[in-house]
Ligand binder design. Structure first.
Ligand SMILES: Cc1cc2nc3c(=O)[nH]c(=O)nc-3n(C[C@H](O)[C@H](O)[C@H](O)COP(=O)(O)OP(=O)(O)OC[C@H]3O[C@@H](n4cnc5c(N)ncnc54)[C@H](O)[C@@H]3O)c2cc1C
Length: 434
């Protein structure tokens, strides 16, 4: 019999992870999701756990940060990763069919007797223990309520997503499958002529933009938000990075090529990851018309750039993901300053476990610093990056071991992996079984 009760606001990746983790700890959860009563520019349906950008949940290999994060999550609450496994379309990375993934998670959460889904916008902070996981589309009045509870200012970063096109009507007669770099999943490269590449570049440069108002021409952007029209201003950069073809030695394509990345099972849709853009949908259409092989393709989701709010590090948050000034409120997902689906699952899981512990009057816990999830929680309350970019898990967050100095990199990595899995195992026993 589960007991009352924690609230989770936001049924995205982080909110679903939080709700499932709290329910796994024996606590009843009320999960608020505003869709379909209020739509957002990032979501196209009312499914929970929508992947709003690309379909990739990152590498499987443990020596890559997303691989280790996923291995740690499996020790805590593997429900979302189980669904991702069932919806998988990638071979090396955990790339999924986003629609199937969202359906699987929605069905599981709706069938879970410990989770009640309420399709309503939360316009204030709910009473009691609450995880707020409202993500990139956190708007007022909830944003105002959060700001006053945190007593700290929001920071803002930009993230973008690439256009997605339907496969029907594409002319793929000259296209070739190849990994972008050795070890990557295969993409489909559509060769284009030098003239077509130049025409594409000119149309990208000339197209009308709908960048967020705060994104000035000189705003410094990482790869995750740098629109192709900026790269188009430099012909060499455009030739190398946008239409440069595969970078590995195994497959070469003579001349420029446009990269198509599978975005759904059965290759029904493809993303254009090198064409992340802030152009209007009409300007995106005109740019694609420069490439005869893509000219008839329907754009099923235009590319776009978004400005995300998050709460600044140590002023606002504790490593338990509680608000410093209002510890009954926990944050998860992009609101913590962490970017990435797997980071959203990780912060959601820790926030959900700690919400359950607070409901049961137990001390909230942080995974050990040798685990990547623990290191991520600590990094979120460290000094914010000077370039205002959000944080992603990486091996550099793990503590340096003096006795490991001088060992070969591979051996050091293996020791880090073993240390991380040991630390997360200890946390799992304390937080879930203790
Ligand atoms: C444009 C863009 C592209 C991205 N692409 C990628 C990518 O390719 N790969 C990657 O790893 N990460 C990507 N990210 C980063 C980010 O990690 C993901 O967006 C991730 O899904 C964030 O999870 P979340 O749970 O914090 O937010 P979301 O998944 O957006 O979930 C928030 C949920 O809260 C709901 N909500 C909001 N306000 C309320 C309210 N007041 N009441 C009730 N419900 C509410 C929303 O409807 C939504 O369902 C991208 C981000 C953006 C903005």
């Amino acid at each position: 019999m589960t007991q009352h009760a924690a609230t989770v606001v936001g049924g995205g990746v982080a909110g679903c992870a939080a709700a499932m983790a709290a329910a796994r700890c024996g606590v009843h959860v009320t999960l608020f999701e505003q869709r379909p009563t209020r739509d957002t520019p990032l979501h196209s349906d009312d499914m929970l756990c929508a992947l709003t950008g690309g379909p990739d949940l990152g590498a499987a290999a443990l020596d890559r940060a997303t691989g280790l994060l996923k291995a740690e999550l499996c020790e805590l609450c593997p429900a979302l990763l189980d669904a991702a496994g069932e919806a998988r379309i990638g071979e090396n990375s955990l790339s999924v069919d986003p629609v199937r993934f969202a359906h699987l998670v929605t069905r599981r959460i709706e069938a879970d007797a410990a989770i009640e889904v309420v399709r309503e916008e939360a316009r204030a902070l709910p009473r009691g223990i609450v995880v707020v996981a409202t993500g990139p589309t956190t708007w007022s009045p909830l944003a105002r309520a959060l700001h006053s509870a945190a007593g700290a200012p929001f920071r803002f970063s930009f993230l973008g997503r690439a256009p997605v096109i339907a496969a029907a009507d594409l002319d793929l007669s000259a296209a070739r499958w190849a990994p972008l770099y050795p070890g990557a999943d295969a993409s489909l490269f559509v060769p284009i002529s030098e003239d077509e590449a130049e025409e594409l570049r000119v149309r990208l440069l000339a197209g009308q933009r709908v960048s967020p108002a705060e994104m000035a021409a000189d705003t410094v952007l990482g790869d995750e938000a740098d629109p192709v029209e900026r790269r188009a201003a430099d012909p060499k950069l455009f030739r190398d990075r946008v239409v440069g073809g595969p970078r590995g030695p195994e497959v070469t394509i003579e001349g420029p090529a446009v990269r198509l990345e599978p975005h759904a099972a059965g290759h029904e849709t493809f993303g254009l990851p090198d064409l992340l853009t802030a152009l209007t949908p009409e300007a995106q259409r005109q740019a694609l018309d420069a490439i005869p092989a893509l000219a008839a393709a329907q754009i099923v989701r235009p590319g776009s750039i978004h400005r995300l709010p998050w709460l600044a590090g140590a002023e606002a948050l504790l490593p338990t993901l509680q608000l410093k000034r209002a510890p009954r409120v926990l944050l998860a997902g992009t609101l913590t300053g962490a970017a990435g689906y797997v980071e959203a699952m990780a912060t959601g899981t820790v926030a959900g476990i700690n919400a359950a512990r607070l409901v049961s009057a137990d001390e909230p816990l942080v995974p050990g610093e040798h685990s990547l999830i623990g290191a991520l929680c600590r990094a979120l309350v460290g000094p914010p990056p000077s370039d205002e970019r959000m944080i992603q898990a990486n091996y550099g967050m793990l503590p340096d071991e003096r006795e490991d100095e001088g060992r070969p990199k591979r051996e050091r990595r293996e020791r880090q992996i073993a240390g991380a899995l040991k630390a997360i195992g200890e946390y799992a026993r304390a937080a879930l079984d203790g």
